[in-house]
Design a protein around this ligand. Structure first.
Ligand SMILES: N[C@@H](CCSC[C@H]1O[C@@H](n2cnc3c(=O)[nH]cnc32)[C@H](O)[C@@H]1O)C(=O)O
Ligand SMILES: [Zn+2]
Length: 433
């Protein structure tokens, strides 16, 4: 196999090391990995591609740890509603009409937006997951994919959905040159009866794959769980064995101190979705307390119909800002911690140990921001600028698995014009059906 090798010179890199958050110098990538990062100029063979990093700030690719990409087709459809009304009256009736093609194009639109905005790994919980996997293959994106299952249906349909979820997880784990990994997902404790959730726990065990679910997103959900099962959601899922498996919970907004301790004890990770939680008026998660207790907290956008964009810079900034506002403590989540939540903690949340930071040996999932702009001046603390001032629009280049997928702000892998056309047609068809 021939080696593809390239080098950045005079770049500024967010290495986030103790005492040295930023490094200025050189980075070498060989095939899919970072093989050099340092101040000294390395010796490289003649003909190695050199990228001038003078006006670029390099970050690890952002990791979006919760979403439903195909819901881009429903962006702006059903705004300003509470979760249960929004789901039952708006989303579910429309989603029931989605075809495999709708999921392919809706997901393509989201992946296009994510890649161009510096997200290099996304978690996706949906159905027609083969289509989502195809988009990952076509786009060069990294995906942590899972067939989410709503169990509010007769037992034979439940079984069919579970079989589909298991088959998908088994068939696609490790595909797309290893860029796809899979998880096992009952949708939520309020949409899956306890004995059904136990079957997912067993499947997760048998396949040796992690679990992902929505939990404690609203106060009403917690009250209903107590009413139906006599337990709050954390104790309920603990009892069903979920936390004996590596688990990533989306939302976890309404938690008691005791519940935080249980999550910490089992090493359960949380995907904090501040934009979605604010928009659906679900509440504000106790992120500083979770982090203090040692829980891994990462960031997710949730679906594009409850956010309504997929800009992870916005989620990092929201996380950094709202927890200062709520706690009255300006040090609650500093910029560097917000960046870790969007990168390294994201990698930990999806159980991938070779992405999420810029260091030698890691996969080359890399984002370069254009710092030659008014809101990036003066050239002082680029990590501060990336969190408090930047947005997805500042992304100049993106590499995933060492391959460039965005160059000067344009996608190299996806057909933007076709995606625009297909998604508009799909939305018009869905709303007139
Ligand atoms: N259609 C599948 C379930 C797919 S999982 C993804 C589901 O999550 C829903 N969803 C999106 N955002 C949220 C959220 O914030 N909380 C709970 N569910 C959500 C979404 O509408 C979609 O139906 C079935 O019937 O088994
Ligand atoms: Zn969700």
């Amino acid at each position: 196999m021939t080696t593809t090798k390239w080098m950045v010179k005079n770049g500024t890199f967010a290495v986030l090391e103790e005492g040295r958050p930023v490094l200025r110098g050189y980075m070498v990538v060989e095939n899919d990995r970072i093989t050099y990062l340092g101040e000294e100029k390395p010796v490289v063979e003649e003909g190695t591609e050199i990228i001038d990093g003078t006006h670029l700030f390099f970050l690890p690719g952002l990791v979006n740890t919760h979403g439903h990409a195909a819901m881009s087709l429903l962006r702006g459809y059903g705004d300003d509603l509470a979760l249960q009304v929004w789901l039952q009256e708006k989303m579910w009736p429309m989603e029931a009409k989605f075809t495999a093609d709708d999921v392919y194009w809706g997901t393509s639109l989201s992946v296009l937006e994510m890649i161009k905005g510096g997200t290099t790994t996304f978690v996706d919980m949906y159905d027609h997951m083969d289509q989502v996997a195809r988009v990952v293959e076509d786009s060069g994106m990294r995906g942590v994919l899972t067939r989410g299952v709503i169990g509010l249906c007769p037992p034979e349909v439940q079984q069919q959905k579970l079989d589909e979820a298991v088959a998908f997880a088994k068939d696609w784990h490790g595909q797309a040159d290893g860029r796809i990994t899979t998880m096992i997902s009952p949708h939520a404790p309020y949409t899956c009866p306890p004995d059904f959730i136990e079957k997912f726990v067993l499947a997760s065990h048998d396949l040796n794959l992690p679990m992902h679910t929505h939990m404690s997103e609203t106060k009403a959900e917690v009250a209903q769980n107590v009413n139906d099962y006599g337990l709050r959601p954390v104790a309920h899922l603990e009892k069903l064995g979920m936390f004996s498996r590596p688990t990533l919970l989306a939302h976890a907004v309404h938690l008691t101190d005791e519940e935080i301790e249980i999550l910490a004890k089992h090493g359960v990770a949380v995907s904090h979705n501040p934009g979605s939680n604010l928009k659906l008026a679900s509440g504000i998660a106790r992120v500083p307390e979770l982090l203090k207790a040692g829980v891994t907290v990462s960031l997710g956008t949730d679906g594009p119909a409850s956010n309504n964009n997929l800009d992870m810079f916005e989620e990092m900034r929201l996380a950094a800002l709202i927890h200062k506002g709520v706690s009255g403590d300006p040090t609650a989540i500093p910029a560097s911690e917000a960046l870790r939540m969007g990168t390294a903690y994201g990698a930990q949340s999806v159980f991938l140990n070779d992405i999420g930071s810029l260091s030698v040996g890691m996969k080359a999932d890399i984002v370069a921001l254009d710092t030659d702009q008014a809101h990036f001046l003066p050239r002082t603390d680029y990590i501060s600028h990336a969190i408090y001032s930047a947005s997805a629009k500042d992304v100049e280049h993106v590499w995933i698995d060492g391959k460039q997928v965005v160059k000067h702000g344009a996608s190299l892998t996806l057909d933007e014009e076709r995606i625009r056309r297909e998604t508009q047609m799909a939305f018009e068809r869905l709303t007139t059906l």
